[in-house]
Each structure stands twice: as C-alpha cells, then as structure tokens.
Design a protein around this ligand. Sequence first.
Ligand code: C5P
Length: 222
Amino acid sequence: DRPAPLQGRCALITAGPTREPLDPVRFIGNRSSGRMGYALAAALAARGAEVTLVSGPSALAPPALAGLVRVETASQMAAAVMERVAGCDLFVATAAVADYRPAAPASDKIKKDAAELTIRLVRNPDILAQVAASPARPFTVGFAAETERLEEHAAAKLRAKGLDMIAANRVGGEAGGFDADDNALVVLWPGGRRAFALMPKTRLAEQLADLIVERYLASLAG
Ligand code: C5P
C-alpha cells in the first residue's frame, strides 16, 4: 500500500452545476455533470484526506466520503462552503457556478401571456475568490473552462483570484469538457505548468490529485 499523503488533512470540494430559479418550476442551469469533481473528491479521499463535497444537482452516485452537502443555487453553495472552510487544508472548486441569477424569481409560475419576456439577472458571489481571500485560507485550486485562449485566460484567473493552482480545460470543442467522459487539462501555478493529455476523467482525477498533493506539500515546505 502507498502511504496516504493527506492523512489528517481536510479537503472541501465544490462540484456540479448550480440552478438559479426563475419561478417555482424553472431554472437557469448549465451542462456540468459533476463527473470531474466527484472523481477528484474520491481521489483525494483515497490519498487520506477527510473530504467534504458540496454538490449542485448531479445524477451521479456520490463517492463514499466524510461529508456530502447537496445544494441548488450558487448562494446556497457559497453559504455551505463559507460555513465549512475555516480550518480546512485544501479547497478545490470544480463546480460550474452560475455567474448570474434572476434578480427576483417569480413566486408563481410565469405565464406565457406576453410575446416577449425580459428577465433581469444579478451577479452571484464568486465562491472561489471569496475562499482565496479568506484569512488563513486553505491551499486553493480553481478550474477554468474556456472556449479560446485557454492558457492566457487561466493565467489571468490564477493571478486575479490569487489561487495556488488552476486547472484549465477547453470546452465547446469536439472532445472533452462539460458533460463528457474524457477531459484534457493544462494546470498552472505560480512559476509552473503541467499538461495532461485527453483521458477518462477518473484517470485524470488521479493524476491531478497527485499534482495537488505535490504542490500542497511544497507549499507547506516553502
Ligand atoms: O471566473 P470563472 O467562473 O471562469 O472561474 C472558474 C472557477 O471559479 C471555477 O473553479 C469555479 O468553480 C469557480 N467559481 C466559483 N464561484 C463562482 C464562479 C466561479 O467558485 N461564482
């Protein structure tokens, strides 16, 4: 057996999409399946971490973990994370959080009387940026899903949000990304870079977990 490098460490992971209600029956959502986050949660648990998964709606069976918190909206996900992040050693944000939510969800089902309908949206909290800016923050890892200029956008997010690592993947193309079984990643950190070829998300999660362990242990040493 390999030693468990994260024994005694706790990790908090967000995964899946969020749903932002328009009315009691409809929502704004996205195509995230939760696969990458669930696989990464399992991989970090296998390396000894006490993992809590904060998950938006996903059809996947959750891995056996220390904790599972199910949420729907970005605001609920933010609250669930901020309640639990103090004293955590690692935070990994894989969730596809809605950037905006309807300003005033209707309390009754919206009727199709009008020929046009305008819905006003307001910004959601950036959970990852909030965690990265929190006092005594954990080793903080973000994801960046981009359709173009992948590394440039990811490097900008690494800096802007003050992250320890960012894993960038191309979306909207032929292979990989959202709601797919396979993914390819470019991982950046201050002063470093590693590329992972297209492979099943479960195998990719194992390799990414090893890199997170490596960089996390390096951050403790240095
Ligand atoms: O800025 P962008 O949304 O591209 O950043 C993506 C990263 O930030 C992902 O790690 C995602 O989980 C996280 N994020 C978040 N809360 C938001 C938006 C994004 O935690 N409201």
